[in-house]
Every structure is written in C-alpha cells, then in structure tokens.
Write a protein that binds this ligand. Structure first.
Ligand code: IMP
Length: 426
C-alpha cells in the first residue's frame, strides 16, 4: 500500500462503483467532500440511490450530489444526468428543507435531459411486454437517454425557455400517439412551470465551472452512480442501465479527459450484491444469503427490492479496475462478514474447465461462467471501533490483502460499521 491517504486527497478525484452498485458511494463521497471545492454528478438518474447518514440525519439522494452536505462546496449536476425533477424537487429538496440544509451552491447544467412523465410510463410498459425482464427501476432513465440520442428529448434549457409550453404540448401529442398514452399536457405544463420557477436560480453551464476550477488547482470530486457492471457498454448487456458509469461518463458530462483525473477510486462492498435481473456468478442462497441481507440491510434505496448477495467476485472487480484504470480501492461493509467461519472469494471463472476472463457487454457469456473460489478463515471480533488497518483481526487483514493482490490496486478505505467515522483510511 502506498503512503498517500485519501483523507488528504487533492486535485481531481472520482468515485466509481465496481460491480452492480449499491456499494456505499454516498457515504464515501460525503466523507471525501469535506476537502472538495466542487462535487459533481455526471451520470444516471433517479434510478440510483445514495444513502447519506451524517450529523444532519439520514438522507436518500437520487439526483442531488451527496456532496450537498458540505455547504462550502459547489455542487454540479452535469449534462449526462437524467434529471427527474419530481424526485429532485418534491422528494430530495423536501428532505433537505426539512433538515434546514441549503442547496444554494447547486448548479444544474442547462443541457441535461429531463426525465418526463412519459419516460416513466414507457419504462414500465416496455418492461411489461418484455419476455425477459431487465428489472428496471421504472424511473424512466432508459427512455430519457433513448430520446436524447434520438435528439428529441427535452432538456433543462427547454424548461427555462419562453416557448416551453409549445415544445411540451408538441411532445405530449407525439408521445400520446406513438405510445398510446393518455397524458394531459395542461396538467404536466402546470407542474413543470412550477418546477422551472423553483430551479431558475440553479441552472447554468457547468463545464466552464469545472474548467476554471481545474485551472485554479481546486479540488474536484466526481460522484459516480451504480456500478461498472451496469455500464451500458462494459456491463452485462442487456441487464444494464443506460449510461456510462465509468470514467467515460465524466468526459461525456464535463469534457474532462480520463487522463486528467488524479485519483480514480473504485468502490465495492466486501461481498457482492445485485438487484434486478441478470447473471451473478457468485450469488448465494440459504442461510448465508439471509445473514448478509439482514446484517447488510440489503434493501434497495430506490426500489425497496431485496438485493441478491454473493461472495466477492474478483474477476469482475479486476476487469472494472482495468476498465477504469483505478488508482485506489474502497472496500465497504467489511463488518457484515464478521462471524462467518469461512469466507469465499471468487478468483477466476471457468467454462467447461477452461479458465476465462470477464467478457464485457455479454450477459449470456457471464451466465455460463462458473466461479472458482479461494476459501479463507473468517473473524469474530467487532470491527466498528477499529481505525487502523494493523488493528484489524489478522484474518480480516488477510482478506483485504488478497483483494489488493488479485486486483493489483491498493485498498485506501475500509468501512467497518454503518455510522459516520466507522472507517479506516490507509
Ligand atoms: P434502470 O436503469 O432503472 O432501467 O435499471 C436497469 C438495471 O439496472 C436494473 O437491473 C436495475 O436494478 C439496475 N439499477 C439501476 N440503478 C441501480 C442502482 O442505483 N443500484 C443498483 N442497481 C441499479
């Protein structure tokens, strides 16, 4: 492990989920953001859920950057985010308002796409008619990006323009006709007019803000969403979301090349989880599954669905590390594994006795992969009070060292309990 600590990070840093998301990003971002001048969201929509537990309370953020709790940092929502204003305004801002937390430092990029009511309806309809369900959160994210790529989607800029009403009415007419919907344009218009008035002070151009900050040597933190195995290109297509989760997403949102990022932190739990459909080679069943779900509270922040737990899959983590050129690993929820006599970790895959590596973009291939495990001894001690790596039980240290060795990236952060501060920086 190299000697630099994430606690004193400087420059440009990003936090990227490694397998199927839900890895505790919100919490790490909340911690790292105390050093940030800028915290920026670059991908995803309200399908993602970042739980933040801090001195102000417990919050579930979907669109709002988790860095909003650092009132000194400027928070940006980049053009690559699918902006669900029902979630942002009626849920997230309401949560913040209740706790008297200001979002005065927020800027939403005027080019960001709007997730509109028809996107959510289309998401649900498409899933209903699919023979093989994807397990979408039905937050309208896929259809929002589809419309953006087709160059027909409304953007924040449209919401702010004087002809928004005309654009909206035209679009509702088309959506109703194409998808046999019964949307009432006047009702939608009234609601969105309210949104536009509320958001007006927070709309701008985020790219120059990032460029200026970069030129001035300020600290910029990019907040990823989900996990690399849900990336539309790298992940297990079609069981993926519709954005680029990894470093490419930063470039798409902020014109910032991946080579300009100083610290690329990949985050994963000490075990894997997946919610929704699609293959997961190390999926657990039986008693161990139940223990992890209960101890790890593996229930989705956005959908309320139970996540499927599995042993840590280092084949996938290694592939995601390579894909994103990680410089550091963050391992969360190590404490959830406390009490297991033996812990397994997947070190390679086999198909018909032949060793294979992860093949990106192909769920069918992953479904055929058989995990090969290394079994290690577990530990029983409570980890929550431990703040130094060398004070961890030897078997827990060994587990972390195996991850480091097989992924070939240093572990720089470990969380050992659910509360703020129950972490180890290395
Ligand atoms: P969608 O992006 O909501 O359409 O969902 C597509 C797939 O990605 C489904 O399997 C979802 O369960 C999964 N997914 C989307 N967002 C998240 C997330 O934040 N955490 C975990 N899984 C997610």
């Amino acid at each position: 492990m190299k000697n630099t600590s994430l606690k004193s990070w400087q420059g440009i840093t990003c936090v990227i989920g490694l397998d199927w998301g839900d890895s505790g990003k919100g919490r790490l971002i909340d911690d790292l953001s105390s050093r940030a001048d800028i915290v920026a969201r670059y991908s995803g929509g309200s399908n993602t859920g970042h739980t933040v537990k801090n001195k102000y309370g417990k919050f579930a953020m979907h669109i709002m950057p988790s860095g909003i709790f650092n009132q000194k940092a400027q928070c940006l929502i980049g053009r690559g985010v699918a902006c669900d204003l029902e979630s942002l305004i009626e849920d997230e801002m309401a949560q913040l308002q209740k706790a008297a937390i200001s979002w005065k430092n927020l800027i939403i990029d005027e080019q960001a796409s709007l997730t509109m009511p028809w996107h959510k309806l289309r998401d649900g309809l498409r899933e209903e008619f699919r023979l093989k369900k994807i397990g979408t959160t039905k937050r309208g994210v896929g259809p929002t990006y589809a419309d953006r790529i087709e160059r027909v989607g409304l953007r924040i800029k449209d919401l702010m323009s004087s002809d928004f009403k005309d654009k909206l009415f035209e679009e509702v007419k088309i959506q109703n006709k194409f998808f046999n919907l019964k949307l009432n344009p006047t009702q939608i218009y009234r609601r969105y007019l309210k949104f536009s008035k509320l958001l007006k002070p927070y709309v701008g151009q985020t790219i120059p803000i990032v460029k200026n900050a970069q030129n001035m040597g300020k600290n910029i933190l990019f907040e990823g969403t989900q996990g690399s195995l849900l990336d539309v290109d790298f992940g297990t297509y079609p069981f993926v979301t519709s954005t680029n989760i990894g470093v490419i997403g930063i470039w798409r949102s902020f014109n910032l090349h991946p080579s300009e990022i100083n610290h690329v932190i990949g985050i994963s739990k000490a075990y894997s989880t997946r919610v929704g459909a699609g293959p997961q080679p190390t999926k657990l069943d039986g008693e161990k599954r139940q223990i992890i779900i209960e101890k790890g509270q593996e229930i989705g922040t956005t959908s309320g669905r139970t996540r499927d737990p599995g042993w840590l899959d280092l084949v996938i983590i290694r592939a995601a590390a390579e894909f994103n050129k990680l410089t550091a690993l963050a391992i969360t929820k190590l404490d959830v594994l406390t009490g297991f006599k033996k812990i397994k970790v997947c070190t390679s895959y086999k198909i018909n006795d032949k060793t294979v590596e992860y093949l990106s973009g192909d769920a069918q291939f992953l479904a055929k992969c058989q995990p090969v495990y290394k079994e290690v001894d577990g530990w029983r001690e409570d980890l929550s009070k431990i703040r130094q790596f060398k004070k961890l039980p030897k078997n827990a240290q060994n587990y972390i060292k195996i991850i480091e060795k097989l992924v070939d990236v240093p572990v720089k952060f470990i969380s050992v309990g659910p509360n703020r501060g129950e972490v180890i920086y290395l």
